[in-house]
Ligand binder design. Structure first.
Ligand SMILES: Cc1cc2nc3c(=O)[nH]c(=O)nc-3n(C[C@H](O)[C@H](O)[C@H](O)COP(=O)(O)O)c2cc1C
Length: 405
C-alpha cells in the first residue's frame, strides 16, 4: 500500500504514500533565505524515496517568525535561492510543498514583543511577549500575505503550499474559543472563528489556480479545556472540504500542549496503533471525500499499510525518522527494512528531562544535517538541547543585526 501512487484533486500524482511532514529546520540564513545546508538536506530527502516533502514552518511575515532560523516567503525573499531549494527537493521525483504560517502569539519575544494575535491573551510560557489583538486591517493584511506567499511559492517552483492551521499559530488560535475571544465577525461562533482560515484558502486558491496543490494542516483538537475541540474540528473539516483543498493533514496540540511529537507512550492501544490521530481520522473519513494525511507516530510498515488499506488515511506523514535517516523511505519501499527509525522510543520520559529537551535535540540534529552534513546521533539529549538553545540565541542576534536592530 505505501508504494501506491495517489492522484490529488489538483491533478498531481504522488509516486507513493510516504510524506515528510513539516519540520522547522533553523537553516535560514541571516536574511531568512535558504542556506546551502538547507538546500543540501532537501537534496538528500528528495532522493530518499518519499513521494512528497513539506518544508518546515515558512512564515509569511518577517516579524511573526516561529524562530529566527525560519525561511520566509515574502517580497524580500531571494527567489533564486528558493528555486535552488525546490529543484534539489524535486531531483528524485518527489513533490514539494511550502508550509506557510503566521506564528501569531507563538512568535518569540526576541523577534517581536507584541505580535498580533486574535486577542491579547499571552502564551503561558516564558519567552513570549504580550500580543496585540489584531484589527480588521491586520487580518485583511494576513490574508493578502498568505496569498502573496503562495504565489511566490509557485514562482519558486513549489508544487503547492500547505496552510498551517495547527499547533497554536495564528490560524489555529483563531479557531480556538480560548484564544479567540472576539465579539466581531472573526470570533464567537465556529463559523466566525473559521472565517480567517477559510478566507485565506479562498484567496490563495483564487491566486494560484486549480493545478497547484493547496493543503491544510489542522488540529484534531487543541487538547485544552475550552480550546478547539474534537467536535469543532470535525465541523471545520467539512467546511474545508467545500473549499476544494487537495488534502487535509491531521495533527493536534500547540506549544502549551505539545502532543504532536510524543515519544514514550506506554499505553498498549497507542503502541499498537502507533499513529496518535488515526482514530480521529477514521471518524472524519466517514463524512469526507478529500484525501487525508495522518502524521505523528507511524513507524512500522505493517501499521502504515493497515491504516491505508482500512481507509483511515490516504497519506502517511512522518517527521523524526527523516532526521535520523534521510534515506529510510527508499529502504522501506524496497523492503530492506520493516520500520522507520524510532530512536525516540528509547528516550527517557519527558518529565525526567528539561522542558522541550527531546524536541530541541531533534531540532539540533536537523540543523547539523545543514551545518556539518549529517546528524550526530550519539550526542546526549541534554547536550543537543542546550546546543540548540545557544545556536538559536546566536541566530537571533545575527538575524536582528542583519535587519539593523
Ligand atoms: C524538529 C521538529 C520540528 C517540527 N517542526 C514542525 C513545523 O515546522 N511545522 C509543523 O507543522 N510541524 C512540525 N513538527 C511536527 C512534525 O511535522 C510531526 O507532526 C511530528 O514530528 C510527529 O511526527 P513523527 O512522530 O513522525 O515525528 C516538528 C517536529 C519536529 C520533531
Amino acid at each position: 500500500m505505501i508504494a501506491n501512487s495517489l492522484k490529488l484533486p489538483s491533478g498531481a500524482v504522488l509516486p507513493n504514500r510516504i510524506v515528510k511532514s513539516a519540520m522547522s529546520e533553523a537553516l535560514g540564513d541571516d536574511f531568512n533565505n535558504p542556506s546551502d545546508g538547507l538546500i543540501n538536506i532537501f537534496h538528500r530527502w528528495g532522493k530518499g524515496g518519499a513521494g512528497l516533502l513539506i518544508t518546515g514552518n515558512t512564515p509569511i511575515d518577517r516579524w511573526h517568525l516561529e524562530h529566527a532560523g525560519n525561511v520566509v516567503l515574502d517580497h524580500h525573499t531571494d527567489i533564486n535561492r528558493m528555486k535552488k531549494l525546490t529543484s534539489a527537493a524535486k531531483s528524485g521525483g518527489a513533490y514539494i510543498l511550502a508550509q506557510l504560517a503566521h506564528a501569531g502569539r507563538q512568535t518569540p519575544d526576541t523577534i517581536n514583543a507584541h505580535p498580533i494575535s486574535m486577542s491579547n491573551i499571552r502564551l503561558d510560557l516564558p519567552g513570549y511577549g504580550e500580543p496585540r489583538a489584531a484589527t480588521d486591517t491586520d487580518l485583511e493584511t494576513v490574508i493578502t500575505q498568505f496569498t502573496e506567499s503562495a504565489w511566490l511559492a509557485k514562482e519558486a517552483g513549489f508544487d503547492g503550499v500547505e496552510i498551517h492551521a495547527a499547533h497554536g499559530y495564528l490560524l489555529s488560535s483563531s479557531l480556538s474559543p480560548r484564544i479567540n475571544t472576539r465579539d466581531d465577525h472573526w470570533g464567537g461562533s465556529l463559523e466566525n472563528r473559521a472565517r480567517l482560515l477559510l478566507s485565506v484558502i479562498r484567496s490563495v486558491r483564487a491566486r494560484v489556480g486549480q493545478q497547484f496543490i493547496v493543503a491544510v494542516k489542522l488540529n484534531s483538537s487543541d487538547f485544552q479545556k475550552g480550546g478547539f475541540s474534537h467536535e469543532d474540528s470535525i465541523e471545520v473539516t467539512k467546511m474545508l472540504q467545500g473549499e476544494g483543498i487537495d488534502f487535509l493533514e491531521i495533527s493536534g496540540g500547540n506549544f502549551e500542549t505539545p502532543v504532536s511529537y510524543q515519544h514514550t507512550s506506554r499505553q498498549e492501544s497507542t503502541i499498537a496503533r502507533e499513529a496518535y490521530f488515526l482514530e480521529y481520522a477514521r471518524d472524519i473519513k466517514k463524512s469526507l471525500n478529500i484525501p487525508i494525511m495522518v502524521t505523528g507516530g507511524f513507524r512500522s510498515r505493517a501499521v502504515m499499510d493497515n491504516a491505508l488499506s482500512s481507509g483511515a488515511t490516504d497519506l502517511i506523514g512522518m517527521g523524526r525518522p527523516f532526521i535520523i535517516d534521510p534515506e529510510f523511505p527508499e529502504k522501506l519501499l524496497k523492503g530492506l527494512i520493516d520500520m522507520a527509525p524510532a530512536m525516540e522510543r528509547d528516550f527517557p520520559p519527558a518529565g525526567k528531562l528539561p522542558r522541550g529537551a527531546v524536541l530541541n535535540w531533534f531540532c539540533h540534529q536537523l540543523s547539523l544535517h545543514g551545518t556539518v552534513g549529517d546528524s550526530n546521533l550519539a550526542l546526549p539529549i541534554v547536550d543537543g538541547h542546550e546546543r540548540y538553545l545557544v545556536d538559536m540565541q546566536n541566530l537571533t542576534k545575527r538575524v536582528l543585526k542583519a535587519r539593523g536592530k
